[in-house]
Design a protein. Structure first.
Length: 605
């Protein structure tokens, strides 16, 4: 009977996977895990696990549905998952917890609705744009399910009233749930479960001879609803991945081991696990479900970096911020500046300029009108009009002045004393699609439209492309250097192709160093990325974000104005956790609008 059930259940999952809007946690895990760690306020990295039904925290483990198809739109389903993640984090931080029957699907979620105003207000206080994002997602969701729940019930009406409410109301709907009641899908899609702690009885360290010393399996009834046990997990068609690859091409570079933000958070867990190993027992049936391996690679790399820091004079050495230890790892990163080989890219240049000629014409006029407005220059030796103020002032002395007196004025376009540096992430993740275009193409086209529009107004411009393959091999390609004509960029535009990983901290520090050496009156740094710092060694999640945040803070401390531009479908507040001055774009129009507004404000200040 068990084999028969497993067969039909597997076939059901396979049928669901072919339906429109289906989301599988194994595919969405890297994005959702990165999102959870971005919005989390905790220093500890969040672990993400699979659940059959629910969403919520048990200790520091966030459980998400293994598979879902709440609507026919996979993007809407992902947006609903992101809201569930944010609200689960709020519930954990607010410690909203109560006991309930683990077999109940609807009642605990209806109870959570009474706490929803407090949860929503907590999120609003941290993410100013969450309310608009939530409203948009729930409106799209309600339009998708309106036909299914046309005959509204008391539970549905209460859900509509409370789910996005900010008005306190601790009254709970009186709802009786029968054992065979179907779970209400709109509750599963929008409401996390209360925060719960994992209660495990510790074994006594003192054991007497008459006690049973065989290992006891800890009882954990609270996790029945969410956690899939090992035997059940083997019957699932897929398992969530443990390594977030930039793109499948980089799979060959991965040598095994799970990805971590920082090893510090796992040391205690490994120590506890080792203490529980019974070395006097063994099994002779089947294969091991897991292997514990002591991986010293990161420590060895750290030691090697300090020992060989001065051997390769062609590399730039930069420190990296370890947020867990609140200190720098000195000279940990090796950056190589590689000069691109010029090529004849006339065909590609003409194609881009032809496609975006209207946008270039518009933004050229727009920027010129704002930044290059002619101003009267007084006290000139020649000009179109008299400077009456200076003429009156010098009138008594005109006969004694030899040569032409400075009594004229004329209008001139002032050259902006701005040095603008742009750092662009070209890792493999920019090869993904957004708004019917590849992200790398959106970045390239945005840069061309913007550069063509400002080339006569801001001549001091530098552009660098960056990618990495561990901390010891970071590449910076100077596409355009200061005091170089804009047209030179077209001979190197072929370098716009996705490669390797994203370790943004060192390229930002490198560009900051170059920008600071120019001694500019108005230095500005723009960082363009898809918002997902990732590398082969631990540089993802909170660890990578904190290093990027620290590198941008270092630029601020030197008087440089930074802007973080995300070419991504992540919500804007995700980038705002890294840098307050951050925007998200989807096309060249967005880029020119947001960057132009930022430059205007920076120049005025």
């Amino acid at each position: 009977m068990e084999k028969l059930f497993s067969y039909f259940y597997k076939n059901k999952l396979q049928r669901e996977a072919h339906k429109k809007g289906f989301v599988d946690l194994s595919e969405a895990l890297p994005e959702l895990k990165a999102f959870a760690n971005l919005v989390s306020e905790s220093d500890a990295a969040i672990d993400v696990g699979a659940s059959l039904w629910g969403c919520g925290f048990i200790d520091n483990e966030l459980l998400l549905p293994l598979q879902c198809r709440w609507t026919d739109s996979s993007q809407l389903n992902l947006d609903l998952l992101k809201i569930l993640i944010i609200k689960s984090i709020a519930i954990k931080e607010l410690e909203i917890s109560f006991s309930f029957n683990s077999l109940s699907r609807n009642y605990p979620r209806l109870c959570m609705l009474s706490h929803m105003p407090v949860i929503n207000k907590w999120i609003d206080s941290r993410f100013s744009q969450f309310k608009d994002f939530e409203r948009d997602v729930y409106q799209r969701y309600q339009r998708a399910i309106v036909s299914k729940y046309a005959n509204s019930s008391a539970a549905y009406n209460y859900w509509q009233q409370q789910i996005a409410s900010r008005t306190p109301d601790l009254q709970t709907l009186h709802f009786k749930e029968k054992a065979n009641d179907e779970p209400l899908e709109y509750l599963l899609a929008t409401i996390p479960l209360p925060y719960r702690r994992n209660q495990i009885n510790n074994r006594s360290t003192e054991q007497t001879s008459h006690l049973n010393t065989s290992p006891q399996k800890p009882k954990n009834r609270d996790r029945k609803e969410y956690i899939i046990d090992a035997d059940a997990n083997k019957k699932q068609p897929v398992n969530p991945v443990t390594h977030s690859f930039e793109k499948m091409e980089t799979l060959d570079d991965y040598s095994g081991g799970s990805r971590i933000s920082s090893g510090d958070n796992d040391l205690d867990e490994h120590s506890d696990a080792l203490d529980e190993i019974e070395v006097n027992q063994f099994t002779n049936q089947g294969k091991a479900n897991g292997i514990f391996r002591q991986d010293m690679q990161i420590i060895k790399q750290s030691e090697a970096s300090t020992g060989s820091a001065t051997e390769d004079l062609s590399a730039y050495h930069y420190s990296e911020w370890n947020h867990a230890k609140k200190s720098y790892i000195k000279n940990f990163c090796h950056l190589y500046e590689v000069k691109p080989t010029p090529q004849d890219n006339a065909k590609l240049r003409d194609e881009i300029l032809s496609r975006y000629k209207n946008e270039i014409a518009y933004w050229s006029q727009y920027y010129a009108a704002i930044w290059n407005r002619p101003l009267w220059q007084n006290r000139q030796l020649d000009g179109n009009e008299l400077d009456l103020d200076n003429l009156v002032r010098l009138a008594p002395h005109l006969k004694t002045i030899s040569g032409s007196p400075p009594i004229y004025q004329k209008k001139e376009n002032l050259e902006l004393e701005v040095h603008l540096s742009i750092v662009i992430d070209i890792s493999y993740s920019t090869d993904t699609w957004l708004n019917d275009q590849k992200i790398i193409d959106i970045i390239k086209n945005s840069l061309i439209v913007f550069g063509e529009s400002i080339k006569s107004i801001i001549p001091n411009l530098s552009i660098g492309l960056a990618y990495s393959e561990t901390h010891s091999n970071i590449t910076y390609l100077p596409l355009l250097e200061f005091e170089t004509a804009w047209n030179q960029v077209y001979s190197k535009i072929h370098e716009f192709k996705p490669r390797q990983y994203t370790r943004l901290g060192p390229p930002i520090r490198h560009a900051t160093q170059i920008l600071n050496s120019m001694q500019s009156k108005k230095p500005i740094l723009i960082v363009v990325t898809d918002g997902k710092p990732t590398d082969l060694d631990p540089y993802e999640g909170r660890y990578g974000q904190e290093d990027v945040k620290k590198s941008l803070q270092e630029a601020l401390n030197l008087g440089i104005s930074p802007l973080l531009v995300g070419v991504t479908d992540l919500a804007p507040y995700s980038l705002a956790k890294i840098l307050h001055n951050s925007v998200t774009i989807r096309d060249p129009q967005d880029f020119c609008s947001h960057v132009g507004r930022f430059l205007t404000n920076s120049i005025k200040s």
